[in-house]
Write a protein that binds this ligand. Sequence first.
Ligand code: M6R
Length: 608
Amino acid sequence: MCGIVCYVGRKPAKPILLEGLKRLEYRGYDSAGLAVQDGETIHCERAVGKIVELERRVNGLEMKGTVGIAHTRWATHGRPSEENAHPQRDRDENVFVIHNGIIENYHVLKKKLEKDGIVFRSETDTEVLAHLIALHFDGDLSDAVRKTMAQVEGTFGIGVIHRQTPGQIVVARRGSPLIIGVSDDGHFVASDVSAMVRYTNKVVHLEENELATVTADGFSISTAQAKPVQRSTETVEWRAEDAELNGFPHFMLKEIYEQPAALENAIRGRLEQGEGVPKLGGIMPVWESLKQSRHMVLVACGTSYYAASVGKYIFERLTEIDTEVGLASEFRYRKLNFPPNTFVVAISQSGETADTLAAIKEAKRKGARLIGVVNVVGSSISRETEAGIYNHAGPEIGVASTKNFTSQLTILTLLALLLGRHQNLSLTEGIQAIRALEALPGLIHKALAQANHIEAVSEKYCRCTNWLFLGRKYNYPIALEGALKLKEVSYIHAEGYAAGEMKHGPIALINPEMPTVAIIPLDEMHEKMLSNIHEIKSRKGPVIAIATEGDEKVRDVADDIIEIPPTLDFLYPILTVIPCQLLAYYCAKFLNRDIDKPRNLAKSVTVE
Ligand code: M6R
């Protein structure tokens, strides 16, 4: 959830670290800090609040040095304060540590250290690491880090510098991603490639329980048992400008508008009309077993879970596979009993969500096969799964997930279509689906053309403090996603419901102050949704309908209509979610919210 960036090279470290922190700010933003080393001098500065506060603090300061570590924090242990911000240091201020993750046995370790006379200055678990590394240090920093790794339980991605080992940074990971970036001017280490794409696209991923010593001229990786590891560099496809606003006021809006392109990327080279069968090279390693499989479980968290929930309906529609959907955060508490040849599909934008990672590890232990649907290439989930499909949606920086959701729906449709075509789905249906998928980027453009109208609708209702979102079948998860989006960025309380549940309780809430967003495309659920709208109207509840263009029946009854173009029933969610995203965005804008960095949230939830 926090962000790490380190640099060791030939250029001044301070501006590089600040720039990297800004690009990582979406991962955590309650405090930040950096430490720059120049020979045996280490200059450390920390500040509460956003990176701009840290920038203000260090701007006038001379911080010489071409080596440094920096961190942006999302508090887990200890409130956001300067003392709790990273880098954390040992008593003698020799060791400076930045840390993502949670040290689970820090209480025990802290008590022991306190008994030995060490006085803690922060409430963080990270400070334990600084003291332990200092105690183990006898001239070899990587050895001290290795010994510390053996003592701690939990998760970490750490960057460490020591006053007596100038010119080197030691980094280590267990459960928290770290990537080394290689450039002519030196080396970077970051929790996320976006911190370094401006300088390099050549990266090396650190694997679990590995550490690396990084200098201006090279790096050496070894295991926790000190076994050397050779690993070659990979090239990342993201460009620096992909992670910039490019004239948009917010990343959320930019990413909403990037959806036609993200969809094109998801389908590029994967559609073959002739036989109505998509091509998905990434799942070929498991294809022989996968095509025999009759049981599938889609696991994910948050918005990715809602994509999985739509996916379940799509799999039921197109395949003969018995498909379940599971919240990754609850998965481990269940008594999992997988029929033979069950495939668990982990769906994650970041590929680093701790609960999703834990869910697939548990599924593997119970004998399931694993597939990933992941956006970030080389992320932990893509490595833990046997095969997978990348979204290629480009970096998603806004904390609220948008383009990745529609991309996930597209990928799940491709997978279902591929499997369906090897089962009972006809050639005609296959070709029809492929044509409809190809048309989707254009249809999203049409849906986006409603933005001004959606802005006006948002202005009309944004002061209402409670909203309801209703949908059925494919669009029931869109009601959940619409409510989540609104909550996340505007802080308006919203509930998503299967419209059939209305009479079982939520109808009691309806009054003139509570708008309902009714998702009512022209599909088999249309008449039933229409009845729900009538029920709400007869109780004087305002209704905003997301409906197919030209739907006169809805026009007669809803207060406001947002139109989307027609498509196939199971593809409607890719269109109906667009107005939901825009409603959330514009409500947040009218309420002056911090849209890209909503309070208490971080982009990637890497702790449980
Ligand atoms: O990176 P992931 O797709 O695994 O993330 C899952 C959720 O944390 C994420 O979708 C979260 O709910 C977003 N804030 C939703 O906008």
